[in-house]
Design a binder for this molecule. Sequence first.
Ligand SMILES: *Cc1c(COP(=O)(O)O)cnc(C)c1O
Length: 374
Amino acid sequence: MAYEYRPAWMEIDLGALTHNYKQLAKHYGGTKMCAVVKADAYGHGMIPVARKLHALGVDFFAVATIIEAQTLRSALPNVDILILGYSPVEAAEVLIEQNLIQTLYDTEQGEVFHIAGLKYGKPLRVHVKVDTGMRRLGFSADKTGIDAIEALSSLNGIAVEGIFSHFARADETDTASVHAQGQLFITVLEALSNRGMTFKLRHICNSAASARFPEYYFDMVRPGIVLYGQPPSEEVALETLGLREVMCVKANIAMVKSVSKGDGVSYGHRYHLPETMNIATIPVGYADGLLRGLSGKAHVLVGGEPCPIVGSICMDQCMVAVGEHMPKMGDEVIVMGGNAHPLVSVAAYAKALGTISYEITCQFSLRLHRRYLE
Ligand SMILES: *Cc1c(COP(=O)(O)O)cnc(C)c1O
């Protein structure tokens, strides 16, 4: 296969994934886990990641879209798959046929799903979503919303199997917002229970919340980013969980040369060498996901030492100042991840770009072949 000759690739450490899963399972103390594998498992590859987690005992997964759900269904015929996002009513039949669980947050949508379920002869499985503060999807957490949920749960064409909500600020030091949302969720559940409505699966915790607030576990937690060994934020670093980075981007050096003091490097010559030194050219660029905004702000590990990326990152390549070192063409370098060094961690890349670790792992492109390590 030609990709074996591409001197840049991504390694996905399924051993690290297993380690993270076990650490988290211990932390959650037996609470059911819904593994969030949307966006191709945050850029790690949904199918191999989900297969591994399934082998470890996970039987409930969440994705964002119906296409992701169908792809996962083709690999794992017997697991529960919750679609967290919007699916148009036209998708009803596919949802039923593929045994998918749809998030429901709108009365009209629910009524059409109900009719589709009756027509199909099998109810469409749904989890009802309540908006307790995120202001994204969900029925309002008040009488109007509760009335709507009550009305929908009497429809035979849909099977309301769960109810959930989502925290907006679980990754911050200040916990006031989490408690406000958590308490509001409890209030809604109590109001529904007073009307005789109970739900098999109640859930609200994402990674950050499930690491910190066992009082809001209910029946299930929905970790995503932590499974991949990344902290949800700088504020919630979760060092005590001992998570390991699952993703690692590697490359072989394309060329090494001595460049003179004062010479400009890369497009626009935006960087000039303060002294004569060796420059290594790495065959990874912004088309691979090494975003151009990282120019001059990130490091690459050469011979175990963090070396700065200098000059503008190109589409397919970038240049790294290796100082006195003289690595050879073909030498392996770690571009990012793999717990190799704090300066090349996903978190360091995120910080350099002023973004979050999620965006970093998600945007590495498929031009980098993924190698799965057991
Ligand atoms: C993405 C997502 C999650 C997982 O979030 P992490 O911060 O990665 O744990 C959980 N729930 C919902 C509704 C989501 O959209």
